[in-house]
Design a protein around this ligand. Sequence first.
Ligand SMILES: NC(=O)C1=CN([C@@H]2O[C@H](COP(=O)(O)OP(=O)(O)OC[C@H]3O[C@@H](n4cnc5c(N)ncnc54)[C@H](O)[C@@H]3O)[C@@H](O)[C@H]2O)C=CC1
Ligand SMILES: O=C([O-])CC(=O)C(=O)O
Length: 348
Amino acid sequence: MESSSSQRVARIAAHLNPPNFELRREECRAKGGAPGFKVAILGAAGGIGQSLALLMKMNPLVSVLHLYDVVNSPGVTADISHMDTTAVVRGFLGQPQLEAALTGMDLVVIPAGVPRKPGMTRDDLFNINAGIVRTLCEGVAKCCPNAVVNLISNPVNSTVPIAAEVFKKAGTYNPKRLLGVTTLDVTRANTFVGEVLGLDPKMVDVPVVGGHAGVTILPLLSQVKPPCSFTPEETEYLTKRIQDGGTEVVQAKAGAGSATLSMAYAAAKFADACLRGLKGDAGVVECAFVASEVTELPFFASKVRLGRAGAEEVYQLGPLNEYERIGLEKAKKELAESIQKGTNFIKK
Ligand SMILES: NC(=O)C1=CN([C@@H]2O[C@H](COP(=O)(O)OP(=O)(O)OC[C@H]3O[C@@H](n4cnc5c(N)ncnc54)[C@H](O)[C@@H]3O)[C@@H](O)[C@H]2O)C=CC1
Ligand SMILES: O=C([O-])CC(=O)C(=O)O
């Protein structure tokens, strides 16, 4: 009995996989030709990268998803590729495969680099992450110069100016296509303000301007929607909590890194907004750290309208109250130094 059933299994196996013949992946009929955008994640095997890859694989606007890292990308790719959503997933490992990972991409999301440990500032990451961002952006300039770039690697206040200088050097710089991701500051602000007001955070919209580190993170609580007012104590509490949101997570993780899950959510939300803009949807507006004429600084985070060209319109800050005007001056002072540091890294 046993031998006849094992013979049957062997017969079926032989039928499915005749000797010397296996159906190879490239012989399958699926070619990944579905309409949609081609998206690459650089640093895809990291804490942010893995969850972000999962969320982008679920995005119906994505037809091809390239996952690049210097370690572990084959495993992450194999895992994600078994999800039965439209995007075709391909993995790329190490510098020799960077160009293949980037060629033909519409959107490149960059969470590559080291995260903070307790006691560190984001600027303490500069020495390692500046070089990583430079190398990856050189790849973008060479292989997909028209792609929209979402830069997550910290310190964002310096890495965005680094990317801009790399693109200028390569002759490919388009300020509309380079966006530093500050969405997590907005999702935190919406969450904390929702808690104070007793509202579903989904109903709350807080503009957060400036940059992405400490006092450069400036929530404009006077412009919260739905319109509301805060006591001086509430304003102080909310502003500090939003500015220190990253440190709150770093301390809670106690040496195991910084925000990854909420950041992947925020990055996926922002990437989706960029893709909707590229698709031609009207009225897509998010905060981002971009080339700007809103202040005297060359880069600044504020609301931007996303369209086919990228950041098509950068909005003015609107009326600020006294508390916010003082915060803005502090933010600009620190931002100016961080921007200069990033620019000098490439220029000097
Ligand atoms: N913009 C924002 O709001 C936020 C930014 N971040 C920043 O995002 C970055 C990543 O954070 P995590 O994912 O938690 O770190 P992680 O250490 O878990 O992952 C980083 C990944 O980058 C990869 N990597 C390193 N060098 C690379 C290179 N040359 N090319 C491609 N990949 C490379 C690593 O192998 C690793 O898989 C950090 O700099 C962190 O500070 C984190 C949270 C929020
Ligand atoms: O705080 C960090 O180092 C990571 C980060 O940028 C954030 O969570 O906002």
